[in-house]
Design a protein around this ligand. Structure first.
Ligand code: ATP
Ligand code: MG
Length: 440
């Protein structure tokens, strides 16, 4: 992509309305535009990151055996009357009337609709296990939308729903998602810690919030410091092997980790002082077993091996991709801007032409651009007439992992500069060596 033909509305001023660093950087880097309270348009750079995050999530959901669908954003109120949640949900639900005066709503979540789909098609234990997910916009009329896309009213969610014959099978489904989440967050460059969360009237211990530690987090969390160094499951983990999954879950739940609502002072005090972590955290995912809470009132039943019909056991598993964009920036930035992890960087390389119009510099940049493009490396070529200082500032602000800096002086000696955004290291290399370093 040539920057001269791209749409990257950089802000030089620090936006006053933004209270936290991720919100400031997202506005300054031209990633999002506020269109209303808690409602954002995603501009090209932001959209690329959002898509990359969704793809990592999708790959790990698919690997675990979940199947992608797409449910609508607009739902019928009648569906929610069946579960009893139409009245319970309160003001967070955006209620709408269509032209026939029918009550509709903009979905804040999809348990009811998914249960309705299951009820229509799934009749036998032989159709199970099943896990269906979608990545779709949700609307929750939050009392206090704030911190940009971190807590917005319209936000993207990956929500998966598992359907099983009984509790034992539902636990296997829960563990699959638990392991898939560990892998997903690790691939996004995050240390997400599964913390015991509230199960409400369902009871049991199958509810975990995946939390990343950040000073700007909205909740107070408590955990053992060893979580920060724990190895995440390998790509080859066998999702068909319940014992292997249980081992991983056991290890990841063996130490203390809880959100404020579930905090146990005594258990926390038993951790050696130097290993106690009490910090602020951002919830990036939540997995939850809720049994027959919806299948029972809505009549989603299957016939078991014994010929008896029973309501299916379900769980739901959410991740917030739009919140993740902000959370990743909170975890990875410096005073000059964002530092994207390679896996989700909007472009891998920024190519900076320091003297547009100089024949040799233009020619070298064109050659590098063509070579990277041919090798399927995403590159943003700064071919604008801006001064070098401003190009450096923009490149650091938008945080691409690599910068190739091309100017007439270096070229005269046959070299370019290669800068790694993560640690700021710069190397003077021939063009071939710089490309080799990136392409490998
Ligand atoms: P929170 O406690 O932060 O309000 P929640 O418990 O209501 O979140 P869930 O219903 O578990 O959230 O939703 C699943 C995921 O969706 C959350 O883990 C989070 O990543 C994301 N999410 C929830 N609410 C918002 C929001 N207002 N803005 C952005 N992302 C959100
Ligand atoms: Mg939650």
């Amino acid at each position: 992509m040539r920057l001269s033909r791209y749409f990257l509305p950089i802000l030089r001023e620090v936006p006053k309305e933004a209270e936290i660093v991720s919100h400031r950087l997202m506005l300054r880097a031209g990633m999002v535009r506020q269109e209303g309270a808690g409602i954002y348009a995603w501009l090209p750079l932001g959209k690329r990151v959002l898509d990359k995050i969704c793809n990592v999530i999708r790959e790990e959901q698919n690997r675990s055996g979940a199947i992608e669908i797409m449910m609508p954003t607009i739902q019928s109120a009648d569906l929610w009357r069946e579960s009893g949640r139409y009245d319970d949900y309160g003001k967070e639900m955006l209620r709408i009337k269509d032209r026939h005066e029918r009550d509709m709503l903009f979905g804040p979540t999809n348990e009811e609709m998914l249960t309705e789909i299951v009820r229509a098609y799934v009749k036998s234990y032989k159709d199970l296990p099943l896990n269906l997910y979608h990545i779709q916009w949700k609307f929750r009329d939050e009392v206090r939308p704030r911190f940009g896309v971190m807590r917005s009213r319209e936000f993207l969610m990956k929500d998966a729903y598992s359907i099983d014959l009984d509790f034992e099978n539902a636990v296997v489904a829960y563990n699959r998602m638990f392991v898939a989440y560990l892998r997903t967050f690790a691939r996004l460059g995050l240390k997400a810690i599964p913390m015991v969360a509230d199960t409400g009237p369902i009871g049991g211990n199958h509810s975990h919030e995946f939390i990343i530690l950040a000073s700007t987090g909205e909740s107070q969390v408590f955990c053992h410091s060893d979580y920060l160094g724990m190895d995440t499951p390998e790509e080859g983990v066998d999702f068909q092997d319940p014992a292997a999954l249980q081992d991983i879950v056991n290890r990841w739940t063996s130490l203390y980790a809880a959100t404020e609502e579930k905090h146990d002072e005594a258990a926390f005090a038993a951790i050696p002082d130097e290993q106690q972590v009490s910090a602020r955290g951002i919830e990036v995912g939540h997995i939850f077993y809720f049994g027959t809470k919806y299948s029972e009132p809505m009549g989603a039943k299957v016939t078991g091996p014994d010929g008896v019909e029973t309501p299916v056991h379900m769980g739901s598993y959410g991740i917030g991709p739009s919140r993740l964009v902000a959370a990743i920036i909170e975890a990875s930035h410096d005073e000059n801007g964002i530092i994207w992890p390679e896996a989700i960087a909007p472009f891998r390389v920024g190519l900076l032409n320091l003297k547009v119009g100089d024949a040799a510099t233009d020619e070298a940049c064109e050659a590098i651009y063509a070579e990277l493009t041919a090798r399927n490396v995403d590159v943003l070529y700064d071919d604008t007439a801006e001064r070098p200082g401003s190009k450096f500032a923009t490149a650091d602000l938008i945080g691409l992992p690599w910068q190739i800096i091309v100017g007439p002086k270096g070229l005269a000696a046959g070299t370019v500069e290669l800068k790694r955004r993560a640690d700021g290291t710069r190397e003077t290399l021939t063009i071939a060596a710089a490309l080799e370093r990136i392409i490998g």
